[in-house]
Ligand binder design. Structure first.
Ligand code: ADP
Ligand code: MG
Length: 571
């Protein structure tokens, strides 16, 4: 028996761990299961190199919970550890690594500066357990089993173990605050969150669930036989067998790991429904698959949005070698892409650093630029090759594209020529197409409609005059118009009721009559509005069906809208 103390100052560390206890403390599940996956991966590599004979039994990870004993076990049949390896990798490296990690982050723990607390590793077990034991048998020939035990994360003892099969068993004796993790539904939920796509099959067992006796099994079998009485016998038997065989909790080869050429539309859709719990089909998707200069795989979906009911919030799930990191990490994923739904797996990301370090990392910037470029390429490609599809999707995807243009200069550069707008006829035009068509009548002016019902009178007049306008009714259109004006010198946007529709003015009205009307109306408005200064201009309309028409200065209207937006309406 060997005893020792770990070079960790518990006074410093436990307050930090306690702080985390109430946020991400479920990450210990991810850490322990991913260690099991690593142990299996190492063994697979050794067998590829011919240094280990592929075993008959499949590689697997078992999670066994005992709600009665308040324990949780993580079992793998991977590479295992010898006593020397436990000494080195656990007592020295893992513990000193954890100490360094905690030291570095202890002041930042509550600021959520750390992405998914990467770097705590094996030691994260002590976030939920008072006592942790390791039983391990290395794959090495004639290896001796080892037993390791540690209470409170500081004092350990090591002894000869009695494990007879290759691999490692980690047992957690949960602390009082963490009993929830022995609950079958709770632990399965956490496994589902972090481990859905880990590369080794994960099975769950509730150690305290009453074992089914023979009688129960027989009645169940009878019931299922009755239900399927009409199917033929062999199929029946096969189905029953499949039902009885325990199923892994995870999918070891998520769709993004496959080559895009090997994936069918149905597979993409199924994956979408399953991962994002959205019963609607996505519009289309982009499969990212890159090996060089960095490794990045993933699938980005354009969801069907009903702007009336759905909020425009997507989810981008970030993975690191099939291990879930977190949703919507803004340091890695450009903000506008978070309107999409997708998974991104990037093994090269430096995750054991603070968020601010990640944000300033040139490599991370490259990754996010690459994703942006891929999305723009997909969209512009669709515009060029399948414009019909593009137009069909436009209503759904335009808020995303406009937001992207507003947020990201590079995306704007790539997409500006592929933004289209619905005109009064319901046809989609690009800005140059609209300007070209109107160059005789309203050079470099773009008229737009923000409310098709309220502005229908103006729409009709425009149509009569053979003039066109663009439908821009969404909230994002207002900042987007400002952007378009900044980027297209000389081009100016006017709402369809703006005061410059010269085309509608009947020039034959005499100056005298106009002055007469103006004076009378000015008096009237002064009284009615109780103001001293008011400027009124009277012009005759070509259209004789209309008795009057109100117009607004584009500039002052925009100013008013802006003030309203910033809550300065009264100023
Ligand atoms: P990391 O996984 O980043 O190396 P951990 O603290 O999670 O850090 O684990 C430390 C080390 O302990 C691992 O690198 C590995 O050598 C060893 N180890 C942990 N769990 C297992 C396991 N289940 N099987 C074999 N070795 C393990
Ligand atoms: Mg680890």
């Amino acid at each position: 028996m060997k005893k020792g103390s770990l070079s960790i100052n518990s006074e410093n560390i436990f307050p930090v761990i306690k702080k985390w206890l109430y946020s991400d403390h479920d990450i210990f599940v991810r850490e322990l299961i991913s260690n099991g996956c690593d142990a299996v991966t190492k063994l697979k590599k050794l067998s590829l190199m011919g240094e280990f004979d592929e075993p008959d039994e499949p590689y697997r990870i078992d999670v066994i919970a005992s709600p009665d004993n308040k324990t949780l076990q993580f079992i793998d049949n991977g590479i295992g550890m010898t006593a020397e390896e436990v000494e080195k990798y656990i007592n020295q490296i893992a513990f000193s690594g954890a100490a360094a990690f905690l030291e570095q982050y202890k002041d930042k723990a509550t600021e959520e500066q750390i992405i998914g607390h990467f770097g705590l590793g094996f030691y994260s077990a002590f976030m939920v357990a008072d006592k942790v034991t390791i039983e391990s048998l290395s794959y090495k020939q004639d290896a001796e089993p080892v037993y390791w035990e540690c209470e409170n994360g500081t004092d350990f003892s090591m002894d000869k173990g009695d494990k007879e099969t290759r691999g490692t068993v980690i047992t957690l004796y949960l602390n009082e605050d963490s009993y929830e993790f022995a609950n079958e539904y709770r632990i399965k939920e956490v496994i589902d969150k972090y481990c859905s796509f880990m590369p080794v099959e994960i099975y769950f067992t509730n150690a305290d669930a009453p074992a089914k006796d023979e009688e129960e099994k027989a009645t169940e079998a009878e019931a299922s036989e009755e239900a399927t009485a009409e199917t033929d016998e062999t199929k029946d038997a096969a189905e029953k067998k499949e039902k009885e065989a325990p199923k892994p909790l995870n999918t070891t080869t998520p769709l993004w790991t496959k080559h895009p050429n090997d994936c069918t539309d149905d597979e993409y859709k199924d994956f979408y429904h399953k991962v994002f719990h959205d019963y609607k089909d996505p519009l289309f998707w982009i499969h990212l698959n890159m090996d060089y200069p960095f490794n990045l795989k993933g699938i980005l979906y354009f969801p069907k949005i009903n702007t009336q009911y759905d909020n425009l919030e997507g989810t981008i799930k970030l993975y690191n070698n099939q291990v879930f990191v977190a949703d919507n990490i803004k340091e890695v994923i450009p903000e506008f892409l978070m309107l999409l739904k997708g998974t991104i797996d990037c093994p090269d990301l430096p995750l054991n650093v603070s968020r601010s370090a990640l944000q300033n990392d040139g490599f991370v910037k490259k990754i996010s630029d690459y994703i942006t470029k891929k999305v723009a390429d997909k969209l512009s490609g669709m515009y060029k090759i399948h414009r019909e599809d593009y137009e069909k999707y436009w209503d759904d995807i335009n808020p995303f594209i406009k937001f992207g243009c507003l947020k990201d200069e590079k995306f704007l550069e790539k997409m500006k020529d592929f933004c289209i707008y619905k005109n009064l006829e319901g046809k989609y035009l690009t800005l140059p197409e609209y300007l070209e068509a109107g160059k005789e009548k309203y050079e470099n002016k773009v008229f737009y409609v923000t409310d098709e019902v309220a502005q229908s009178q103006y729409i009709n007049m425009f149509k009569e005059e053979g003039m066109d306008a663009l439908i821009m009714t969404q909230t994002i259109d207002s900042p987007f118009i400002t952007l378009l004006e900044q980027k297209n010198e000389n081009v100016h946007f006017y709402r369809i009721d703006a005061d410059l529709s010269d085309n509608f003015v009947d020039e034959s009205l005499s100056e005298e009559t106009a002055k007469d009307y103006t004076d009378k109306l000015t008096e009237l408005f002064k009284k009615a509005l109780d103001v001293e200064n008011i400027t009124i201009k009277v012009e005759a309309l070509k259209n004789k069906d209309l008795s009057s028409m109100l117009t607004l200065s584009e500039e002052s209207r925009r100013m008013q809208e802006m003030m309203k937006m910033y809550g300065m309406a009264g100023m």
